[in-house]
Design a binder for this molecule. Structure first.
Ligand code: ATP
Ligand code: MG
Length: 592
């Protein structure tokens, strides 16, 4: 209906509370320390969101204004995101693991004048002074003539203080680290505002802003696996519908479920499947602050039993890492509540898929490999649990209304198995609407390759957007990972004077195993057996660590550069640990 209005926050909270669900649990919040937890009902969440909405308004935030959200995985993160949606402000969540530079880039790109952050957080044994990083970012912005007017600060660390020291963590180090940064001394009066003060002063009632279907809801930067992150913009009604519907069907959601998605709200997965999708469906979720490996690798399964989690959603990189720790850590927990095991973010190699299915799910749970992107807003290719026959390593079928196709370089459709560009022939409700502040980049990135230039294509059919697919390399990776000495592998194609393209493999050994010529021979054999001689690796090198984004994805574009010996790596601001790079260059020269 033309001219109709809505509000996503109203649909995620008020609607349920008005329908008598105020006491229903929205989040079981589980802190970094196993003893640190909190239950938040729909009624409580709505109350906090209303106050936060008024607090943001008091800081001068108006409908359409961008707000940078730089918070750990604490309830206040969901509260802030929903408060923005309530008052029509456009949230730009920046993952709490990002540096001051990365935060400053994102603040500048969107011209955010208000940031919501916290004093800091613990992730495992590591203390991160978030406010200190935010201060640096604000300073960087000032040097580039952009003023951040207000910084709203959640006090989160003191509540954890009482727990540190009880977990056998490296205590000697912690108090010393705490002293490094004195938040009170660095406080900028007039700019910095404590969250509790702002909330106390805020009125408890807050009428939502009624938004047009196409009003912006949020912007979010992509992970940076393939290049400089893009500020993806999603709008109100289509995104709301798509997040809600995909959540309901991909996870076969039922009201009695307890659902847990391990993703950080700093990524699209956290937007669609920690905050919006579950709340729009009135679901009860676990929100987890910590790391799956802290205090040890049993933590995920301990949490599954603690809350009787029935639907579990995580990333292949976590599954592979947990798999490496052995089955006993999993099997000592009951896991009887589990029904659906889902994954997202990267291709899942069949060995990890089968382990997830057989060990974690006791061979009685559906495994749901969801393929999608920041750009797509929600799942675009995914099995529906119980309805779609699954195959390890395959995301199976398009979601309702999605029309994918595989095209070759010339734009000719490839039927049957092959490698090419995954494109979508028609839009769907959750598709991104633009790259924030750069509509031209949106058109050139996604629509030009196969169609020439053109107008905004949302209402036209027959247009395609470009999403590269690297199925071939993924198959070689899975073959390599099957070898008992291999923990992880990444494969890239490099130019070759005779063959055109050659296969270059980076291989991480499992602990206790070693790189050797024999291993190289075995791996080549393995690939020949599994896929065929044509796919046999041309180059194999040992990789004690792989370059990954902070969301845990292997940065194959960086590996492509290393493979050809090119030190111009491009944008590496989203890389989690850049020290692996030098080692990889060194080992390259040793091995080649
Ligand atoms: P950038 O676009 O900045 O390079 P990115 O593509 O990693 O980064 P995201 O939007 O977070 O940023 O991730 C989407 C990408 O993740 C997809 O394009 C795809 O490569 C990969 N992906 C997500 N889910 C799956 C899946 N189930 N199977 C295979 N790949 C997946
Ligand atoms: Mg991408």
């Amino acid at each position: 209906m033309r001219g109709a209005t809505t509000n996503v926050c109203y649909n995620a909270l008020d609607r349920h509370v008005e329908n008598g669900d105020a006491d229903r649990v929205a989040f079981y919040w589980e802190g970094n320390e196993p003893a640190d937890d909190e239950v938040v009902t729909y009624g409580q969440l709505l109350e906090r969101v209303r106050r936060c909405s008024n607090a943001l308004r008091a800081l001068g935030v108006r409908r359409g204004d961008p707000v940078a959200v730089y918070l750990p995985m604490i309830p206040e993160l969901a509260v802030t995101v929903l408060a923005c949606a309530r008052i029509g402000a456009v949230h730009s969540v920046v993952f709490g693991g990002f540096s001051a530079d990365a935060l400053a880039d994102r603040i500048l790109d969107a011209k955010c004048e208000v940031i919501v952050t916290s004093d800091g957080f613990w992730r495992g044994n590591k203390l991160v002074h978030l406010k200190e990083i935010a201060d640096h970012a604000v300073q960087e912005c000032a040097e580039k003539d952009h003023t951040v007017r207000k910084v709203l600060v959640v006090r989160h660390l003191p509540r954890l203080k009482q727990h540190t020291g009880t977990n056998g963590a490296t205590d000697g180090e912690q108090p010393a680290k705490k002293m490094e940064y004195d938040i009170e001394a660095a406080w900028s009066a007039g700019r910095d505002v404590w969250w509790t003060d702002a909330m106390k002063e805020a009125a408890p009632d807050c009428e939502p802003e009624w938004m047009d279907a196409e009003d912006p809801l949020f912007m979010l930067y992509t992970s940076g696996s393939t290049g400089k992150p893009k500020g993806v913009l999603h709008t109100t009604a289509g995104y709301m519908l798509y997040a809600a519907t995909t959540f309901k069907y991909s996870f076969d959601y039922h009201p009695e479920d307890v659902y847990w998605c391990t993703a950080d709200v700093g990524w699209i997965t956290g937007h669609s499947y920690v905050v919006y999708g579950p709340l729009l469906n009135r679901a009860t979720s676990v929100m987890f602050e910590g790391s799956p490996f802290y205090p040890n690798g049993e933590r995920p399964w301990q949490i599954v039993d603690k809350y009787a989690v029935s639907k579990f959603y995580t990333a292949p990189t976590a599954i592979r890492a947990l798999m490496r720790l052995g089955d006993e850590l999993v099997t000592k927990y009951s896991r009887r509540s589990l029904k659906v095991l889902a994954t997202v973010g990267e291709p899942i190699n069949p060995e990890a898929w089968l382990w997830y299915h057989r060990v974690v799910g006791d061979a009685r749970c559906a495994v749901v490999d969801t393929f999608w992107q920041t750009e797509t807003g929600g799942h675009v290719i995914t099995p529906l649990p119980g309805a779609t026959p699954t195959k390890p390593g395959s995301a199976c079928r398009p979601f309702f209304g999605v029309q994918p196709a595989l095209l070759d370089e010339q734009g000719v459709e490839i039927h049957g198995p092959g490698e090419g560009y995954l494109v979508f022939r028609r839009p769907w409700p959750g598709i991104m609407r633009t790259v924030f502040g750069n509509h031209e980049r949106f058109e050139t990135t996604y629509f030009k390759k196969f169609n020439g230039s053109g107008a905004f294509p949302l209402t036209e059919s027959g247009r395609s957007s470009v999403f590269p697919l690297t199925e071939f390399c993924a198959q070689i990776e899975s073959a390599l990972i099957e070898h008992p000495a291999v923990a992880e592998a990444a494969v890239v194609a490099v130019p070759h004077s005779i063959k055109g393209e050659a296969v270059y493999c980076f291989v991480t050994n499992k602990q206790g195993t070693e790189w050797s010529d024999q291993l190289k021979k075995d791996l080549i054999l393995k690939v020949r057996e599994r896929i065929g001689a044509f796919a046999a690796p041309d180059y194999l090198q040992s990789a004690p660590g792989l370059p990954k984004t902070r969301s845990g994805k292997i940065m194959r574009r960086v590996l492509r550069k290393i493979a050809v010996g090119d030190r111009q790596l491009g944008d590496v601001s989203t890389m989690a640990d850049s020290t692996v790079i030098d080692t990889l260059f060194e080992l390259r020269s040793v091995h080649l």
